[in-house]
Design a protein around this ligand. Structure first.
Ligand code: SAM
Length: 229
């Protein structure tokens, strides 16, 4: 069972900041802010405020995602690492005993990921590669507890499924961000989400939850799924 988003865990908490309830993660690199997020000390520990307008995983938790499929010590294959905004919070949650393999195909963006995140954290392994060719990843070892996919490509569901087939442990989970406009600009967004969920079911996945991300992100949803054993 992963860390439940409603729970106050030691690595993911809710706190009051400027009179508002906010999510925050225990900072694995004290003193370092990744994307300008606030650092707050609670009980002698430093937390990073997690911005739901910058991170779709934070938005999904606030919109009622019941289980993020993640806990301390987990290993994660993160597709679409970008400059590390969400990935850095995932790194906080899995902690020193966990590992996050971050796949990003833009070398320029990956350089920024290294400067902002990898340099300060020992649990992040950058992989500069195309997620369409998962067998060619240069540096990944073992199988992972979670595949997180946010690559905004029309065929991203197929890409996520293929990555799960190769790298997901038995009992592992998938979190798939659906950017409806990247898949079909003309189709009604709710139908795009249904279509992607159907693709997952046809590929043998069970859908645990679908969360729409409005008002944080328009026409986006997050699907939480797992392969049926
Ligand atoms: C929407 S951004 C990801 C944002 C990030 N997940 C976050 O929340 O901080 C999508 C990223 O996926 C990368 N990307 C797109 N297609 C890819 C592919 N086929 N393989 C690897 N990375 C890809 C893009 O370069 C971009 O940095």
């Amino acid at each position: 069972m992963g860390l439940r988003s409603g729970e106050i865990g030691s690595r993911l908490i809710r706190l009051e900041v400027d009179g508002q309830s906010r999510l925050a993660t225990l900072n694995l690199a004290p003193g370092v802010s990744v994307y300008g997020e606030k650092l707050v000390v609670v009980g002698g520990k430093e937390y990073r405020v997690w911005d739901p307008f910058r991170s779709k995983l934070a938005a999904a938790i606030l919109k009622g995602l019941k289980d993020i499929g993640l806990r301390e010590g987990h290993s994660v294959l993160y597709l679409g690492a970008s400059t590390g905004t969400t990935l850095s919070h995932v790194s906080d949650i899995v902690g020193e005993r966990g590992v996050v393999f971050g796949v990003e195909f833009s070398a320029r963006v990956a350089r920024e990921l290294i400067e902002r995140v990898v340099k300060h954290r020992r649990n992040v392994v950058p992989i500069v590669a195309d997620a369409r060719h998962p067998r060619l990843y240069p540096s990944i070892y073992g199988k992972v507890d979670l595949v997180y996919c946010d690559i905004a490509q029309p065929d991203q569901t197929e890409i996520a499924v293929e990555n799960c087939r190769i790298y997901l442990k038995s009992g592992g989970k998938l979190l798939l961000v659906v950017k409806c406009r990247s898949i079909d600009v003309a189709m009604e967004p709710t139908l795009v989400v249904k279509q992607e969920a159907s693709k997952l079911k046809e590929s043998g996945f069970k859908i645990n939850q679908v969360v729409e991300l409005e008002p944080f992100d328009k026409d986006h949803a997050l699907i939480y799924a797992e392969p049926q054993e």
